[in-house]
Design a protein around this ligand. Structure first.
Ligand code: SAM
Length: 219
């Protein structure tokens, strides 16, 4: 059973999760970059992140993310077209981050709307295909000698601008997840192993009482 402090911390964080703000990582291949992006995503309240990777898996690096993989759901898509379509079907505008002339300054975007930030690979950037499918392109102006930022730095800069806008709009002041998702995720965060076992057996999660204890009903 969680301690009262643990329960209240988990509830607090969950009530600040933003289901309509996300990142899509296209072939970000270095584990420390991948994990650092998830860590920033956690800090701004991203509920679920998205990725495509040639290996079909994800290159996370537990140390850099400080275990945040557990708090940010990650959905891996087979290819970038499927990923972008999935996001668009769910009402997201997808913005590619690119060092191109058509890209707008990242501060000009309204991040209080459903937004997915598409980040590209360390070497090649966002693919032409993904950029074509996206709703627009963003750039962080570079005024020095370096042409680009590290991908995890670029992600953090944009995500924290989104956080700034959402704080100003009061979007962290009340739970944004629907009650059913909130309850499901609360159970998964408090009891990850039990949740895994129940899912494997195809059984529903029990309700939780005020103190975060499962209310088992006998059948
Ligand atoms: N040669 C690559 C290119 O031309 O896109 C550089 C890739 S950069 C190291 C890796 C990723 O970081 C990019 O795909 C983009 O997602 C993000 N990024 C880096 N600097 C950026 C900037 N100034 N504006 C927007 N995105 C940036």
């Amino acid at each position: 059973m969680p301690t009262p402090a643990r329960l209240s911390r988990v509830k607090e964080v969950l009530s600040r999760r933003q289901p309509d703000l996300t990142v899509l990582l296209e072939n970000v291949s270095k584990p420390h970059n991948f994990s650092a992006i998830l860590r920033s995503a956690d800090a701004v309240g991203v509920f679920e992140a998205h990725a495509v990777h040639p290996t079909g898996g994800v290159p996370t690096h537990h140390h850099t993310a400080a275990g945040t993989e557990r708090w940010v759901y990650l959905r891996v898509h087979p290819d970038v077209e499927t990923a972008i379509q999935h996001l668009k079907d769910r009402g997201f505008s997808v913005y590619a981050t690119r060092l191109s002339r058509e890209a707008v300054d990242f501060r000009e975007v309204d991040y209080t709307r459903p937004v997915a930030i598409l980040l590209g690979s360390e070497k090649w950037g966002v693919s032409e295909e993904a950029a074509r499918l996206a709703d627009g392109s963003l750039v962080i102006p570079m005024l020095g000698m370096a042409q680009s930022l590290n991908v995890s730095v670029a992600a953090a800069v944009i995500l924290f601008e989104a956080q700034r806008q959402r704080l100003a709009a009061g979007m962290y002041d009340r739970p944004r997840l629907d009650p059913e998702t909130y309850q499901r995720v609360l159970f998964e965060w408090l009891y990850p192993e039990l949740a895994r076992e129940l899912r494997a057996k195809g059984e529903p999660y029990p309700e939780l009482d005020e103190e975060g204890r499962p209310k088992w009903t006998s059948t």
